[in-house]
Design a protein around this ligand. Structure first.
Ligand SMILES: Nc1ncnc2c1ncn2[C@@H]1O[C@H](COP(=O)(O)OP(=O)(O)O)[C@@H](O)[C@H]1O
Ligand code: SF4
Ligand SMILES: [Mg+2]
Length: 317
């Protein structure tokens, strides 16, 4: 099976008064063709910076190291002219708020057809047919009538479908979706999650979310990030039934629907280390019930799908 993307030792750092500080701290991640992988973690864990740097669209102040291999091209070291050819074709991104990424003064059809003609040799007529096809595929009702609409004339749910259509129109091998349903109300959220689960064609999906329930609903595999590191990963069923990392256990306990015995939200106490904070040992130790002197002395390596000196064995309840 071919890989949609191979991320190798990816680091993203920002300048601070004390020098560069990494917010993505050496991520290794392979997403196979057809896989749907969720990146889950609290706000500030580095999920967005991971996604942006995979497309090469991180803030200009960020320093990116490591490799992001797509179709044999390393997005990190490739010249921008090469990376730009892959963006919107082989890899594309869906954001939380489509109004900030769609062009407000251009119609739906002109934005979609421009992306087709930029990346393919299709003539105008075939590009127009492709636009209608993809709008239909993402579940836009009466798509022909929406072609001349401007983004602000559409509802939030339809705008997000247009954004997904734009991401899918050149049949990419990977779509990165960053909190794509966070701004939507519950009914529309469920519809967009359906689309992400079963309407992505051949594209693999990397779904970034702070919501473990959303991740479990849409994806095959869950990757848990904490303070810039992957701390656990595995198939959805395993992560839900037998999470090994104390942080993953904490995320699960915070979702009422996975633990009916605890109807109230039960958030993990404390907060992740700040970007400028120097932590020796495990970065979760200050919040971990299992922490001991071993955890304070060194940072646990990622082995057997978990980065913890004392992985928890057994089911959650
Ligand atoms: N432009 C920036 N300059 C400096 N630090 C940043 C910048 N953007 C994000 N960060 C920091 O990077 C860390 C990871 O942020 P982010 O990737 O947005 O997390 P997440 O998406 O998981 O909420 C945070 O500590 C955030 O403050
Ligand atoms: S290494 Fe130690 S402090 Fe870190 S998560 Fe595991 S048990 Fe907790
Ligand atoms: Mg984010």
């Amino acid at each position: 099976m071919i890989n949609a993307v191979e991320v190798k030792n990816l680091k993203v750092s920002f300048p601070t008064p004390a020098g560069y500080s990494a917010v993505v701290r050496g991520i290794n991640l392979t997403i196979k063709a057809g896989e749907r992988v969720a990146i889950v973690g609290e706000s500030g864990s580095g999920k967005t910076m991971l996604g942006l740097s995979m497309l090469g669209i991180q803030p200009t102040s960020a320093k990116v190291e490591g490799e992001v291999l797509i179709n044999g091209v390393d997005m990190v070291s490739a010249p921008d002219s090469v990376a730009r050819k892959l963006r919107g074709k082989d890899i594309s991104m869906v954001f939380q708020e489509p109004l900030t990424s769609l062009n407000p003064v251009r119609t739906v059809s002109s934005q979609l057809s421009e992306s087709v003609t930029r990346h393919t040799n299709l003539n105008k007529k075939d590009a127009a047919a492709k636009v209608l096809e993809v709008l239909t595929a993402v579940g836009i009702p009466s798509p022909a009538e929406r072609l001349k609409a401007y983004p602000h004339q559409l509802s939030g749910g339809l705008r997000q479908r247009v954004m997904i259509a734009l991401a899918l129109i050149n049949n990419p091998q990977l779509v990165v979706a960053d909190e794509p349903t966070t701004a939507l109300d519950a009914t529309i959220q469920a519809q967009i999650l359906d689309l992400l689960r079963s309407g992505m064609g051949d594209a693999s999906l990397m779904l970034i979310t702070h919501d473990l329930a959303v991740a479990a609903d849409v994806c095959n595999r869950i990757v848990v990030m904490y303070a810039g590191n992957i701390v656990e990963q595995g198939p959805v069923a395993e992560i839900l039934s037998t999470p090994k990392h104390p942080y993953t256990r904490g995320l699960l306990a915070a979702i009422p629907r996975f633990d009916p015995a605890r109807p109230a939200l039960n958030p993990i106490p404390g907060s992740p280390p700040q970007i400028t904070e120097i932590v020796s040992g495990c970065r979760f130790a200050s919040r971990c019930n299992y922490a001991d002197h071993v955890c304070q002395a060194a940072e646990p390596a990622f082995e057997n799908n978990v980065a913890c000196f004392h992985p928890v064995i057994g089911a959650t309840r």
